[in-house]
Design a binder for this molecule. Structure first.
Ligand code: IPE
Ligand code: IPE
Ligand code: MG
Length: 250
């Protein structure tokens, strides 16, 4: 794998509501159209040989949206997982999730765990869904685990380093994102993968998520391939801590 190839692509899928409003449709119609864009993004990444894809589907802050929208999104996620299981298995895609699954409705949590179990170990590609996910929440949960382990005498405070901390993050085992794409025109992270994005390249596009197609993805990847990633060094020959750089880590 070359230095420039993407090991992990992460996407903040934004703009569904505005896509719908522009068409005088309900917001949920925008989310529904977004599911088709998910299918084509997964397929295109698989074809391009990108081993890790993370999709930001629902944030810890999205719980504050009107109950009707939240309920429709949960139902949509559930039906996506139900409809997709066979295809994931056929394409050897392992599905994982990051986020506070305890906050999800029981039926969705159960479905998620079933799909995770049935796709565990599949080696074609890993698709991670960020569900009820917030970077701060993930970091806080990891910190609480560290405090608990120190109290139990399983860990010494002095030993805590980045590797030990990362082991407690939901994303452990997936390299940090090389490229983060945000659709919909906003230029912010909105609490997405705060720890993991320390050295990610950030790409923003005005295209709303339901309209984001293979050409848009190819454009983002081509932009990434033109970046010069220095990781704080002055040239490409210096040593970089492996955790910062997915080309050399897990
Ligand atoms: C992204 O689209 C999907 C979720 C956050 C669940 P939005 O629903 O945020 O769409 P806009 O930003 O209002 O257009
Ligand atoms: C970020 O989009 C969350 C997801 C894409 C799931 P939001 O629409 O929630 O973000 P803000 O509110 O514009 O920052
Ligand atoms: Mg939005």
């Amino acid at each position: 794998m070359s230095e420039r190839s993407i090991r992990h692509l992460a996407i903040i899928m934004d703009g569904n509501g505005r896509w719908a409003r522009e068409r005088r449709m309900l917001r949920i119609e925008g989310h529904r159209a977004g599911v088709s864009a998910v299918r084509s993004a997964v397929e295109h990444c698989r074809r391009r040989g990108i081993p890790h894809l993370t999709l930001f589907a629902f944030s810890t802050e999205n719980w504050t949206r009107p109950a009707l929208e939240v309920g429709s999104l949960m139902a949509l996620l559930d039906s996506y997982l139900e409809a997709e299981l066979d295809q994931l298995v056929r394409q050897r895609i392992e599905l994982r999730s990051v986020g506070n699954v305890d906050a999800l409705p029981a039926t969705l949590a159960k479905r998620l765990s079933r799909v995770e179990n049935e796709t565990r170990g599949l080696d074609g590609m890993r698709l991670t869904l960020a569900l009820s996910y917030g970077g701060r929440d993930e970091i806080l949960r990891a910190t609480k685990q560290i405090v608990r382990d120190i109290r139990l005498g399983l860990l010494s405070a002095e030993a805590v380093d980045e590797e030990i901390f990362e082991r407690r993050l939901d994303s452990y085992g997936t390299p940090p994102p090389d490229l983060v794409i945000r659709t919909g025109g906003e230029q912010r992270l909105s609490n997405f993968l705060l720890w993991q994005c320390a050295y990610s390249e950030l790409y923003f596009t005005l295209v709303h998520w339901p309209d984001f197609d293979e050409q848009d993805l190819d454009l983002a990847i081509a932009w990434y391939e033109g970046r010069n990633r220095r990781f704080g060094c002055v040239d490409s020959t210096c040593r970089v801590r492996p955790a910062m750089r997915s080309a050399t880590s897990g």
